[in-house]
Write a protein that binds this ligand. Sequence first.
Ligand code: NDP
Length: 388
Amino acid sequence: MRRVTIFGATGSIGQATIDLIARRPGDFRVVALTGGRNVAQLAEDARALNAEIAVTAHDDALPELRERLAGSRIETAAGEAALVEAAARPADWIMSGIVGAAGLVPGLAALKQGTTLALANKESLVCAGALVLAEAKAHGATLLPVDSEHSAVFQALVGEDMGAVERVILTASGGAFRDWPLEKLARATPAEAASHPNWDMGTRITIDSASLFNKALELVEAREFFDLDPGQLEVVLHPESLVHALVGFNDGALMAHVGPPDMRHAIGYALNWPERRDLPVDRLDLVAAGALTFRGPDETRHPALRLAREVMEAGGLSGAVFCAAKDAALDAFIDGRIGFLDMARVVEDVLDRTAGRLPGEMTQETVADTAALARREADAIAGTIAAA
Ligand code: NDP
């Protein structure tokens, strides 16, 4: 029986992971489930899966969690230290499904036990790619990609020589606003941005899909995960979201990963890796799908992609700046302090202001300090925009 832990169990990725695990009760023993504010869901799943421990990220949510799990033998805990402790509990497979930079510290703690870490939390690799990869190597841990594009690339690379890879193409649906005129984008609301045409995901990643910041993070993530040169990475818009990524080889072959947009495929692939097992996802009917269309991204509409290229070229801690500034800009957009197009302005200004001021060494501390600096700068810039 495999011992599994799920970080971000109450989120979109966490719930899809639980769906897969709950279908095979004899195969898995659940060690830890973690969540944030959604204590009701956390407690319900902890009971249903008979978890060893349920952890909420928020101290003030602990009394409710305790109350909901009263009478069970499930342990409860709260706060960042408790998340780290949960990550250290022996498990064979751990899902990193927390959203945002908050996923980094528990992920690093999980790697220290030399486990298999299924990495949905793309921010870990964007903020601190070198650190995450070094930690995995030092402790003999296995990192598996869960982002659908990165899982697609990973699958296309099975048995291949990385030296034969010419390019990797990530597809982007274009999100909620792909066909909106630029003038209208300036007035787009958070509710409009949070409605994805193809994928059912958490609110933050859905808005990031509309701004293409999600794809920008994925470019940096792919560079780190597959050790690619920035010039080997391309993005194409593909409104149908059926081709998830393509890998081009030096003999001209282009291997595409194609399937319906359902995260349970990528999660299930990571859960069953290195085997393939039956998964409860729809099988693609190519005839019903009809045409697959592709077009190049327009960087005037999507400055996030240009910023990602600058971050990949700069390397070091610029990824931590990018991630934290993007998170702060997204908060400001969700709170109504800035407009949709202002998010990219904020991130670009923060990258400019912090360039040349970043520590050379990447440690957990320098990443945290850099992220805090970027967040302060982003909040200040967002404040200026809001006041104008
Ligand atoms: P959701 O917003 O749906 O869920 C996020 C999870 O993280 C929830 O369990 C939430 O708890 C928890 N959480 C939020 N803030 C904190 C915090 N500060 N500390 C600890 N836990 C916290 O996100 P998604 O599932 O959509 O995304 C998770 C990650 O996976 C992201 O990095 C995303 O980019 C990536 N990803 C997601 C995909 C998807 O289809 N959703 C696809 C590919 C990648 P609660 O809700 O209880 O407050």
